[in-house]
Write a protein of this length. Structure first.
Length: 289
């Protein structure tokens, strides 16, 4: 995929929300009073400022007036941003196989310049082969996905992986528990092909892979898998993404970011360096043959 990937609607909503929050705080206006100004609740203002809902042009105009933003060029810029933030992302066409709470992550992933991820269950999605992805899709609770839905899920994954090929490409730093690489998702041949694909992936300049050996003495990541996303836009804070079975958490408070960044740094420091990943993968592959 050629060309610079622009910030998608999810990222734009977060940027606009953060800007409106700063304007409100500078004006000394409470969330309650801001909600009153646009005929909404305090919680609606909170959701707007977090970028979790779309923006109505009238609401943005009223808030800018309440915050005493008089510069017409600034008002026009923010209103244009609100219009662009309400557009649908490319992932909307895959809505049949993705839950609503996952849409925000797809938007953030598309806008990120760096993703650091820690995985304990599956190979990270951006590095999965199509057959491995299909096998993961069949593990849906209840096992009730149709073959058509599984193919759509695989197509979504392939489209997402284009971020690794764009210009400039997304930088991915994945830390994986070795147990993930022994788990025969889809059968042993699918696993072999996946391991071979990972060996190819580590030669990419924008992909860093670290494998925590089975015999590792342990590390502080007791809460499970997570990802940290960083963006090229100065207005976008880093985001920690935690996925659960039926929901997800998006954390951007500085204390949370610092805590998860420290944990990921400690995990990475506890294992072999990335330069050994190819040797580790080859050793596992040789034992499977």
């Amino acid at each position: 995929m050629a060309g610079r990937t622009e910030a998608g609607p999810t990222a734009l909503r977060i940027m606009l929300g953060a800007h409106l929050r700063r304007l409100r705080e500078q004006a000394g206006v409470t969330r309650s009073n801001a909600g009153w100004a646009i005929r909404a609740s305090e919680s609606k203002i909170s959701r707007l400022e977090l970028g979790r809902v779309g923006f109505k042009q009238r609401d943005v105009e009223d808030l800018l007036s309440l915050y005493d933003v008089r510069d017409q060029r600034e008002r026009d810029r923010l209103l244009k941003l609100a219009m662009e933030a309400n557009s649908r992302g490319w992932w909307h066409r895959y809505g049949d196989v993705t839950p609503d709470w996952f849409d925000a992550y797809l938007g953030l992933e598309a806008a990120a310049e760096l993703i650091r991820t820690y995985e304990i269950q599956f190979v990270p999605g951006l590095l999965q082969t199509p057959q491995y992805t299909r096998a993961v899709a069949r593990l849906t609770p209840g096992g009730d996905r149709s073959e058509a839905e599984i193919e759509q899920f695989a197509a979504l994954r392939e489209t997402r992986q284009a971020v690794l090929e764009r210009d400039p490409p997304l930088k991915l730093w994945a830390v994986i528990e070795e147990s993930v690489l022994w788990r025969p998702i889809g059968g042993e041949q699918v696993l072999r092909d996946q391991l071979s694909a990972l060996i190819d992936a580590v030669h990419r300049p924008n992909v860093t892979l670290q494998i925590i050996p089975l015999g590792s003495a342990g590390h502080p990541a007791t809460g499970g898998a997570f990802s940290i996303l960083r963006f090229p836009q100065a207005d976008l804070p880093d985001v920690v993404y935690l996925e659960h079975l039926t929901s997800a958490l998006y954390l951007d408070k500085r204390d949370d970011l610092d805590a998860y960044t420290q944990v990921l740094d400690l995990i990475a420091a506890s294992g072999p360096p990335p330069q050994q990943a190819e040797e580790q993968l080859a050793a596992i592959l040789a034992q499977l043959d």
